[in-house]
Design a protein. Structure first.
Lengths: 200, 629
């Protein structure tokens, strides 16, 4: 990465999935690497099941906090339909890292709208470089659904302008300080995410 | 309660604009901070409350928060109050006269405009208040500026003896950026409160003398803002256009047109008009990029300077780079690719090309799993012939699916007066309509109580649902007098709503406390009270699921074979219940009936026990061996 470019990461999902935490961890990691960082999210009523998107931008100097359409380097999609919603924000040759675990909103349950048949396939049809795997199942197998967050971060770790260990340590440090019991399981979740990315 | 993380121990800190304002105020020696929660300004006080040496409070409304700050200022302390844009409408009565009185210690009003309406009932431009109240307006462009300008605002306030408005927007409040903070400097006026009735008792005769002083102050400030260090020209090589920017548009314009010159107004009112005039001579065309209203544009034009503004740029929403490029491209006579009309683009996320996401379902905000309001709207949706006036809060969502049980929402407290008006203004065709008002505890205390008194005093026939969930739910569960806790979570007054209602003239037999999870008694009370021709108040008594004293119970599940697909439980609108499959059956009478079979997300379910009461075949049962992750 040259000095003057900005890395743009769009994290999208639903209120309560850990989108904002993932974006915060990415931001803090970049900050610790000496970058200028800006993070913005649209989450006014996110606690109530709405769409959450968080924009993380870092580089030598970041101006506008929102990633311009078509300029995202990485899309971290916590939910397939949400990934579809935001995938055209990617730049050419950008990468989409998508959790296959579906979450239907009440409007679909009520029969007012349909959930798309194959959101992952639709993203692929746009010619987007996509890695999709079931982070929900990985997290559940590890024993805690909340690990989805760490799994997704593990999956994008090789696409950042710094080494994957730096991101891993940032995550584990947070748990070392607050919940030391969860350090080991998060390390496994991170590595499972890396493996899922490599295999998909 | 929203979690607030402690500051990391490094020099460069990652702060939201809201946190930066709190930090800036604290460092400036501010001693009193007050606010009523409101998106996007809420976190200013959440952060302020972490500083032990600065008094902080949740006020019951914005007007009171400003009055508290005014009192503290006159007492000799620096003081800040924070609010969202519509909050300043409420506080404006105090502002419009305080501007005549001036200040003791610096007095700062941080007001956050919800540009793009992420969580508000309108999109209004608080910069007008600077003009209306003749007070200066500061507009930060990022967190570092929010931090610095907050500190400066106190100095400016004292220098010109005026309240100062710090105008934020959602993209300043909720954006995190790098801030390099400093240390706190203590401040207090040595002689404290000085009695001076000719200045502080605003009778007509006294006020008359203060008005020319206010105008003189504004004239002084006009000279002061010209060439002020916060109002700077940033040169550029491509002089086809020069931009006039303030607040977040400074960043957006640089992102879109890094090579073009601009004049950045950090102290944007009074407008440094001569500086703008001089700048306009250095560029081919002048364009003012301002979010929401064409305020600067109108004033620049009135000064006889040619400028482009809202005839090329949208009047609503954010003016991000992707909105600016096509609009400015046209002005430059460049080929602009086909796309959505500029006036219809409202957010930076707006898509400019046809894509498969266009037909995707929306994900509107919903009420929380197990929200105590669910049962209320379930019942309201099943009562015929109603007109339901609503209010500002989570329960505004009752207007949506599946309930469709809310007919008006205007502003804080309006459900009361509107209900009385619906009663008194009813036409013959509506004579049997039941008039119902729905209001939350916090909104009731904010502005609703006066409306209730008006209803009883004027013998209204209204059934009031006072949804007491003991928190300010929509903004994240902040405490209020119904919680029995103060801003720090410490025990405080817990207001007695039945007593208040009785004191306001509601007959004791017309006041009912109900558990919103007990559907039969809730429904019966509602039916009875809507039939009585008098003012009734039904008060619910279960807490918001977001507060830390909410108690989770073991989760429920659906026995698949027992579910008959009747869809009754779906009418609750609980997000933990979802449809697994649909079926159409033909009934004996030949009519088709749609069935929907359901499941419960047991990890999300809090075991509130509401949905089992809607289930005829008893298919919803406690989940055996359940453990919460």
């Amino acid at each position: 990465m040259s000095e003057n470019t900005t890395t743009n990461i769009l994290v999208s999902g639903i209120g309560g999935q850990g989108v904002m935490t993932a974006a915060e961890i990415l931001s803090q990691t970049a900050l610790a690497q000496g970058y200028d960082v800006k993070k913005t999210e649209v989450a006014g009523m996110a606690q109530r099941g709405g769409v959450v998107t968080s924009h993380v931008r870092f580089g030598k100097r970041v101006l506008s906090p929102a990633i311009p359409p078509g300029e995202a380097d990485i899309l971290v999609g916590f939910e397939p339909a949400e990934a579809l919603r935001w995938c055209t924000q990617l730049r050419p040759n950008g990468v989409a890292m998508v959790n296959r675990f579906k979450q239907e909103p009440p409007v679909v349950s009520l029969g007012l709208f349909d959930y798309p048949d194959d959101p992952i396939g639709q993203i692929q049809q746009l010619g987007i470089n996509i890695h999709a795997f079931d982070a929900g199942a990985i997290a559940r197998d590890l024993g805690n659904f909340r690990l989805v967050n760490t799994v997704m971060l593990g999956a994008i770790a090789n696409y950042l302008p710094f080494s994957s260990d730096i991101l891993k340590n940032e995550i584990l440090d947070r748990f070392r300080q607050k919940k030391p019991k969860l350090v080991e399981i998060n390390e496994r979740a991170f590595e499972a995410g890396q493996a899922a990315e490599a295999a998909s | 309660m929203s979690a607030v993380n402690p500051l990391p121990a490094t020099d460069r800190r990652f702060m939201s604009g809201n946190e930066a304002v709190a930090r800036g105020a604290w460092e400036a020696g501010c001693r009193v901070a007050a606010a009523y929660p409101g998106t996007p300004s809420t976190e200013i006080l959440e952060y302020a409350s972490q500083f032990d040496d600065m008094y902080s409070e949740w006020s019951i409304n914005e007007k009171v928060s400003l009055e508290v700050a005014i009192g503290a200022s006159l007492a000799g302390s620096r003081a800040i109050c924070a609010m969202k844009h519509v909050g300043l409408n409420v506080a404006s009565d105090a502002l419009m006269t305080q501007t005549l009185i001036g200040v003791g210690g610096g007095l700062v009003i941080a007001v956050a405009d919800d540009v793009g309406l992420s969580s508000s009932q309108n999109e209004q431009d608080s910069r007008f208040w600077g003009r209306f109240a003749h007070v200066p307006v500061l507009e930060p462009a990022d967190s570092q500026e929010a931090y610095e300008m907050t500190q400066y605002a106190f100095e400016l306030s004292e220098q010109f003896d005026t309240p100062v408005i710090l105008r934020m927007t959602t993209r300043i409040c909720h954006v995190k950026g790098v801030v390099t903070p400093g240390e706190r400097k203590e401040f207090e006026l040595a002689d404290g409160f000085k009695k001076d009735p000719s200045r502080m008792v605003m009778t007509p005769s006294n006020a008359k003398h203060r008005i020319p002083m206010m105008h003189a102050r504004e004239e002084e400030m006009k000279k002061f803002t010209e060439g002020h260090e916060l109002n700077v020209v940033q040169d550029g090589s491509d002089k086809r256009i020069g931009f006039v920017v303030s607040g977040p548009t400074y960043m957006h314009v640089q992102e879109a047109y890094p090579e073009m010159p601009l004049i950045k107004l950090g102290l944007s009112y009074p407008v440094p008009m001569e500086q703008i005039r001089e700048f306009s001579t250095q560029v081919d065309q002048l364009v003012v990029v301002e979010e929401v209203e064409p305020i600067l544009e109108t004033e620049i034009k009135a000064a006889g300077i040619t400028v482009h503004g809202k005839e090329v740029l949208p009047r609503i929403g954010e003016l991000a780079a992707n909105v600016l490029r096509p609009a400015i491209g046209k002005l430059l006579g460049e080929e602009v690719p086909e796309q959505a009309p500029v006036a219809e683009t409202k957010a930076p996320e707006v898509q400019l090309q046809i894509n498969p996401a266009d037909n995707l379902f929306p994900r509107p905000p919903t009420m929380c799993v197990a929200c105590p309001h669910l049962g209320i709207y379930y019942c309201l949706s099943k009562i015929p012939k109603t007109s339901i006036s609503g209010d500002i809060g989570c329960y505004t969502l009752g207007a949506g699916h599946p309930w469709n049980a809310l007919d008006t929402t205007i502003c804080m407290g309006a459900s009361m007066g509107v209900a009385l008006g619906l009663d008194k203004g009813r036409v013959e065709a509506d004579k049997d309509k039941k008039i119902i008002a729905v209001i939350g505890d916090s909104t009731f205390m904010h502005m609703g109580m006066q409306g209730l008194l008006d209803i009883t005093y004027n013998r209204g026939n209204v059934t009031i649902l006072l949804l007491d969930n003991r928190a300010v739910g929509m903004t994240g569960g902040q405490y209020n007098p119904a919680s029995g806790r103060d801003i720090h979570g410490e025990e405080s007054l817990r207001v007695d709503f039945p007593k208040i209602c009785e004191a306001m003239g509601v007959k004791p037999e017309r006041i009912h406390e109900v558990n919103p999870y007990e559907l039969p008694s809730l429904f019966k009370t509602l039916r009875t009270e809507t039939k009585v021709e008098d003012t009734s108040v039904i008060i619910t008594n279960q807490p918001c699921v977001l507060v830390d004293f909410y108690k989770h119970q073991p989760a429920f599940t659906v026995i698949e074979d027992e579910c008959t697909g009747c869809k009754n439980c779906l009418d609750l609108g609980c997000p933990a219940i979802s449809v697994t499959r649909r079926e159409t059956v033909v009934k004996p009478n030949g009519k088709e009936k749609e069935l929907a079979f359901v499941k419960i997300d047991s990890q999300a379910c809090t075991g509130c026990d509401l949905c089992p009461k809607t289930c005829g075949p008893d298919a919803i049962v406690p989940l055996e061996g359940f453990s919460r992750q």
